[in-house]
Design a protein around this ligand. Structure first.
Ligand SMILES: [Zn+2]
Length: 268
């Protein structure tokens, strides 16, 4: 069984700062105001708005494809970070989701196809999704995409989207390549599949000295790489699950809020 538990492979994950992604932009037509026949001198009265329209979340942040950080759009708070969990749902993802749900903190769980083979595993994914967390595609068998053919890359990405859709009723909105290694082919395919591709700003839980909840909590909160919009990489690991409450608390103590993945431009 191919597993991502080969932790020795994880340090090879490298950020590729020069990758460029086509910026997506929305032209939101301004709402047409209704014309009211009132004397402008009269006191302004807020009228009830009887129509209940479906609320579509306006994007509040956009992904910077050079840093993989998130930047606020208009007046969204800049002092915010994004939490992500890769290699889910293995042994800890449901517990991690419950921890975050209790703390009312959103996150993206990036799913590997080899972790959703059995009914029990599928139920874990469903549970995480039902708790309201965003689901991302982390490929079917976690290969280095540069080592496999284009046809295999298509299998790795599209087959997993099909599997996930079958379980949660919708296709993933995000993609993160194993080890952060993308190809021109995979980038185009990810866009074609309507997903937002992202790597990350920083993460530590695959390094030997941080395979410990206390050490991991400390570095995730106090690293020099923490800044507004940081995209935090974590994994489904015992020590990361143990560190999670402390990481959230530490970031909140520093004044950070957490970015709702549904409010990232390009996934609405
Ligand atoms: Zn991974």
């Amino acid at each position: 069984m191919v597993a991502c538990s080969d932790d020795s492979a994880e340090p090879a994950e490298t950020v590729e700062p020069n990758e460029t992604e086509q910026q997506q932009s929305d032209n939101n037509a301004a709402d047409e105001g209704t014309i009211e026949e009132t004397d402008p001198e009269e006191e302004v009265v807020d009228e009830e708005e009887p129509e209940e329209e479906i609320v579509v979340a306006e994007p509040q942040y956009k992904l910077n494809p050079n840093t993989w950080g998130l930047e606020p759009i208009s007046d969204a708070p800049a002092e915010a970070v994004l939490l992500t969990v890769d290699d889910a749902p293995d042994k800890n993802a449901v517990e991690m989701a419950k921890t975050l749900k209790e703390l009312d903190v959103p996150a993206i769980f990036f799913v590997n196809g080899h972790f959703i083979d059995t009914d029990e595993e599928k139920a874990k994914l469903k549970e995480i999704h039902d708790m309201g967390f965003a689901i991302g595609n982390h490929t079917d068998t976690h290969p280095n995409l540069r080592d496999v053919s284009e046809e295999q890359q298509r299998e790795e990405i599209v087959v997993l989207n099909d599997k996930i859709e079958e379980i949660i009723g919708e296709r993933p909105k995000f993609f993160r390549a194993p080890h952060g290694v993308n190809t021109d082919f995979s980038r185009a395919l990810v866009e074609e599949e309507g997903m937002l591709l992202m790597n990350w700003s920083y993460g530590y839980d695959w390094e030997q000295q941080y395979m410990d909840a206390a050490a991991l909590t400390d570095i995730m909160v106090n690293t020099e790489f923490l800044r507004n919009g940081s995209n935090l990489l974590m994994h489904d690991r015992d020590w990361t699950a143990g560190a999670l409450p402390g990481i959230v608390q530490g970031l909140q103590d520093k004044g950070y809020t957490f970015i709702d993945p549904n409010e990232i431009e390009g996934v609405e």
